[in-house]
Design a binder for this molecule. Structure first.
Ligand code: FRU
Length: 481
């Protein structure tokens, strides 16, 4: 494997060294975005799990910080969230500072998973574990991934936690006044995809079509395996939350792993490499922003990059848009500023257009046309078919530089566009990945792929119309900061 093939991404966060999985504790505070993450400080495999830490002013360039919450002989620090305790409800900030509080899963050596707290009085730089841990223990081996948010109801403000009983396919909801004592309220599930354990839930409100008076709540549920593209994936459910119970708008039919009916559910992403995505706390309600782990438990341990293993997706702004008779999630990527742009290149069949190292491409195909595009470096390639007649997109990464015998990596993904969606597609290509945003962000498809530096896009075949490269943006220097 060539070092250049497996070069470090420019706009996707990777740790300097060693293993990374889920994003944790996403919180915006005083002009800084904090990204904590599942991290093994000692090796390239999942073990000694601790919270790593990185910060950013713009969600694009990240600076890794010292290890935040280390494992010890009793526990690993599994996934969770972070909040800023502005009212000092927890009493942690008795010195007049503001506490950042992490709510994480303590995965103990004896096999229990319970929720625990750590706090920082210096904006996330150093952390203390709470002496009263754990704060919520059901005696379960699979109770994990607490996501905590502030809820403002008729009886004032309090904290709400969503966490999974992973093997039961259930999201449990709790409330608390001080982050330390939690009261059970209700649960959601099983529903929809349940071919694997449920993990990393999130629950948040969004206006529908930008109208604050028609607010809906979105529940994200990652599951592994049983995702729409195989292995790890994230379904979402739109409904209402009254401060106590989440009620889905629809009764989603139960679907096991590899059930063809999985394609009828709502998915955050249709690719193989967007997992455990959760959103930031501390941002205005309309600024809902998500980061996910760009990998899949099917082959995460085979990622060929060195000396790190694991990357995050681009940050994505989420909104709810009416389509096909229901509110659906739209994702739009947060990108570095473009420093050079080519406009309106007519893609002639067979002609190769060179691409910058970090590129955004906006492609349009005329109505009803079918186009086969290839992203390649002469050696490795990713093939994409945009089928304007069938309303679908296929992505084939079987030749995308993943050496070794990892059959589940060698895959072809497919997504269906909503009825009537224009066949206009945005691609973001970095080292190690391709992200596809179609139907104005209503469909996304995220894939790990490996292409060398000298990349081109080629139109291999087109019928029933033509293909226009509306724009090729060079984001390389914008991500350098
Ligand atoms: C999801 C997950 C979580 C767990 C963490 C452990 O990828 O399995 O459920 O908390 O990873 O690293």
């Amino acid at each position: 494997p060539s070092a250049r093939l497996h070069a470090r991404p420019r706009a996707h966060f990777t740790p300097a060294r060693n293993w990374m999985n889920d994003p944790n504790g996403l919180v915006y505070h005083r002009g800084t975005y904090h990204l904590f993450f599942q991290h093994n400080p000692n090796g390239l495999g999942h073990g000694d799990i601790s919270w790593g830490h990185a910060t950013s002013a713009d969600l694009v360039s990240w600076e890794e910080q010292p290890l935040a919450i280390p494992y010890d002989e009793n526990e690993q620090i599994f996934s969770g969230s972070a909040v800023v305790d502005h009212t000092n409800s927890s009493g942690f900030a008795d010195d007049g500072s503001v506490a950042m509080v992490a709510i994480y899963t303590s995965a103990t050596r004896d096999g229990t998973q319970a929720q625990a707290l750590a706090y920082s009085l210096d904006e996330g730089q150093t952390w203390q574990k709470y002496a009263g841990n754990p704060v919520l223990d059901r005696g379960s081996a699979d109770f994990r991934d607490p996501k905590v948010f502030r809820y403002s109801g008729e009886d004032g403000e309090h904290w709400v936690m969503v966490a999974v009983e992973a093997a039961e396919h259930r999201v449990l909801l709790y409330r608390s006044d001080d982050l330390k004592r939690w009261t059970y309220m209700s649960s959601y599930g099983p529903a929809g995809a349940m071919g694997g354990v449920w993990e990393c839930p999130d629950l948040f409100p969004l206006p529908v079509d930008g109208d604050a008076s028609s607010r809906k709540w979105v529940m994200l549920v990652s599951l592994n395996p049983g995702g729409v593209a195989g292995g790890s994936g994230t379904q979402y459910v739109v409904g209402d939350f009254d401060g106590h119970t989440f009620t889905a708008d629809r009764d989603w039919p139960l679907r096991g792993a590899d059930d063809p009916g999985l394609a009828d559910l709502d998915w955050l992403d249709w690719g193989r490499d967007c997992y455990a995505g959760v959103t930031f706390s501390g941002l205005p309600e309309a600024d809902r922003t998500l980061i996910a782990w760009m990998s899949n438990w099917d082959y995460a341990h085979h990622m060929p990059t060195r000396p790190w293993r694991g990357a995050m997706t681009l940050a994505r702004k989420l909104s709810l848009v009416s389509a096909e008779g229901r509110p659906q999630l739209r994702s739009s990527p947060v990108l570095p500023p473009a420093v050079a742009v080519e406009d309106h290149v007519d893609l002639a069949r067979g002609a190769a257009v060179a691409l910058p190292a970090l590129a955004r491409l906006d492609v349009e195909i005329s109505e009803g046309a079918v186009a086969d595009l290839e992203f390649g470096d002469g050696d490795n390639s990713v093939s994409v078919r945009i089928d304007g007649a069938a309303g679908s997109i296929h992505l084939d990464r079987r030749d995308a530089g993943f050496d070794g015998d990892v059959s589940s990596f060698a895959s072809v993904e497919r997504l269906t566009l909503p009825d009537g969606a224009a066949a206009r597609v945005t691609f973001v290509l970095d080292h190690g990945s391709i992200e596809v945003f179609a139907a104005d962000g209503l469909r996304t498809l995220t894939e790990v792929v490996f292409l060398g530096e000298e990349r081109h896009i080629t139109l291999k075949h087109v019928e029933g119309g033509n293909v226009t490269l509306l724009q090729v943006s060079d984001l390389t220097d914008g991500a350098a900061g």
